[in-house]
Design a protein around this ligand. Structure first.
Ligand SMILES: Cc1cc2nc3c(=O)[nH]c(=O)nc-3n(C[C@H](O)[C@H](O)[C@H](O)COP(=O)(O)O)c2cc1C
Length: 178
């Protein structure tokens, strides 16, 4: 069955390691006939949640930027891929800002399959675990969410270090088999 896949790339670095893994995932998924869109958050304007709670009444966020459109895409997708570099053992601010803005409609983001793509300079899966836990904090709030897979792009510091590493193949295969 063809699925609608939305990849949320949280790195501020163009052509960085996580973006390359996202593109691999995308290529794999497209080869299997899925419909894939990748949103690079570095190209979008997503302000912080200001906790005004206007969304409680309005059921959407009152801030006028790109978040509402991205959140609608999240609601419409079957599969969500969350991608971030490890930044001080946490997720990048770009992805966190979007996650917080989801407070306006997160109850509508239901029954999704989730994949995580994480990159880190340190060459150990432990380096990525806390960042993945941050992603899980969000996913735990989504009704009917299923965690399906993780790509660990560890041991990659400079742009392009990920090329030739097994994570590239893992990302392609995960996309193909999702
Ligand atoms: C602000 C900042 C904080 C970082 N913190 C960590 C860290 O805590 N652990 C780590 O292993 N790498 C850390 N890194 C390295 C990045 O995770 C690594 O370069 C990664 O490949 C970047 O992915 P990208 O190319 O997709 O942006 C940090 C990099 C930056 C810019």
């Amino acid at each position: 069955m063809s699925k609608k896949i939305l990849i949320l790339s949280g790195s501020p670095r163009k052509d960085g390691n996580s973006e390359r893994l996202c593109k691999q995932f995308m290529a794999g998924a497209e080869s299997a006939g899925h419909t894939v869109e990748m949103v690079s958050l570095r190209e979008k304007k997503v302000a912080y949640c200001v906790a005004c709670y206007a969304c409680r009444k309005l059921k959407k966020c009152v801030q006028k930027d790109d978040a509402n459109e991205i959140i609608q895409k999240m609601i419409d997708a079957d599969v969500l891929v969350l991608s971030s570099p490890v930044y001080f053992y946490s997720i990048a601010a770009q992805l966190k800002a979007l996650i917080d803005r989801c407070v306006s409609r997160y109850t509508e983001i239901r029954n999704k399959e989730f994949y995580y793509i994480v990159t880190a300079a340190e060459n150990s899966i432990t380096a990525a675990e806390r960042t993945i836990e941050d992603m899980r904090g969000f996913v735990d709030c989504i009704d009917g969410a299923q965690e399906k897979g993780i790509v660990y792009g560890v041991g990659a510091w400079d742009k392009g270090d990920i090329e030739g590493m097994p994570a590239m193949e893992t990302a392609y295969e995960m996309g193909k088999n999702c």
